[in-house]
Ligand binder design. Structure first.
Ligand code: PMP
Length: 327
């Protein structure tokens, strides 16, 4: 029996969110990705990209995995690296939650923090990781945004799991996008099984993808406290996605949902997950009493962000309320 850590990536439960299912007259499910060993949906991509690089001979014992990330991919890589004989060098913007830096330090990763700058700036975490990987010997630049082993991991694992867990009766899938790996992999798999499955992108404010999907303009307005999602460019992984439409969700709606799910459902999920569930609830209201099976992703846990989202001072500084809404 394979009992290594890598073996426990994926095969996550599909949890029915009862109260939202009842109020919408649909069935709303969340894929419990916070139960992965590294605590997020990015474990799937991290494992897929490591395995592909091993197969291609690009990664050998003692090598250093180098990656630019909002944190979750770094944690996924660092979680898997030690047991497979690799080191990790993780480049992150310096405005992410302290919990992610602490986890990476504990996992033994070397951490480089950079200012959060637009992608065009050469100091962006993406370019910094690429540069550091080129400067050092025995490195593998993971490059989750352009490395198609990312979307392939979701196509091979999360797509089939959702199909099986809904007994082929899924009507809609919704997800926010960081690299696009999740939505691309899952949408390709589900559309191949049934073209009628509706795929909706849920975008935070400050991201260009909502406008990109709706009218082919990479434009954004506002900003968001969500982490790991929302981009201003079309990545190779995102290009693989088959998307029907997109919605934008405000931080306040996301936060009401986050607090609501914790109190009413015992689901302590992170900000992108709460954004996703708000999108799923909205889709359910649009299709009220249709009995549709709506699936979304519970990307990670609220505990990864508690110094921000359970911190009244932080919320006040962002003009956000942390009280539960009514859904
Ligand atoms: N939610 C969180 C918290 C993430 O860290 C990420 C990945 N950065 C995503 C969602 C989006 O996943 P993907 O990269 O597959 O689009």
């Amino acid at each position: 029996m394979n009992q290594s850590l890598s073996h426990f990536v994926g095969n996550t439960p599909l949890i029915k969110i009862s109260s939202l299912s009842e109020v919408t007259g649909c069935e709303i499910f969340g894929k419990a990705e916070f139960l992965n060993p590294g605590g997020s949906v990015k474990d799937r991509a991290a494992l897929g990209m490591i395995q592909q690089a091993e197969k291609d001979g690009l990664l050998k014992k003692g090598f250093t995995l180098v990656e630019g990330t909002a944190g979750n991919t770094g944690i996924g890589l660092a979680t898997l690296a030690a047991s497979r004989g690799y080191k990790c060098l993780i480049v992150m913007p310096n405005n992410q939650s302290q919990e992610k830096y602490d986890a990476l330090n504990a996992l033994g990763a070397e951490l480089v923090k950079v200012d959060p700058v637009p992608f065009a700036n050469e100091n962006h975490f993406y370019h910094t990781a690429k540069k550091l990987a080129a400067e050092r010997a025995d490195t593998f630049w993971v490059n989750q945004f352009e490395n198609l082993a990312n979307f392939q991991a979701h196509r091979d694992t999360m797509g089939p799991e959702i199909w099986q867990q809904t007994e082929g009766k899924v009507d809609a899938f919704l997800a926010a996008v960081g690299t696009g790996g999740t939505i691309a992999g899952v949408s390709q798999f589900l559309k191949e099984k049934n073209k009628q499955v509706h795929i909706r992108l849920v975008d935070p404010m400050g991201s260009g993808l909502y406008n990109w999907v709706q009218n082919k303009k990479m434009q954004s307005s506002g900003s968001s406290i969500t982490e790991g999602i929302g981009i201003m460019r079309e990545t190779a992984n995102f290009k693989k996605a088959i998307i029907d439409d997109a919605v934008q969700v405000s931080d306040q709606d996301m936060l009401f949902m986050l607090y609501y799910l914790a109190k009413k459902e015992g689901l302590l999920i992170g900000t992108s997950a709460a954004l996703n569930v708000f999108g799923a609830y909205q889709y359910g209201m649009e299709n009220k009493n249709s009995g549709k099976k709506i699936v979304t992703v519970l990307c990670d846990s609220a505990l990864r962000y508690q110094s921000k989202i359970f911190n009244p001072e932080f919320l006040k500084s962002k003009n956000l309320l942390g009280v539960p809404g009514t859904f």
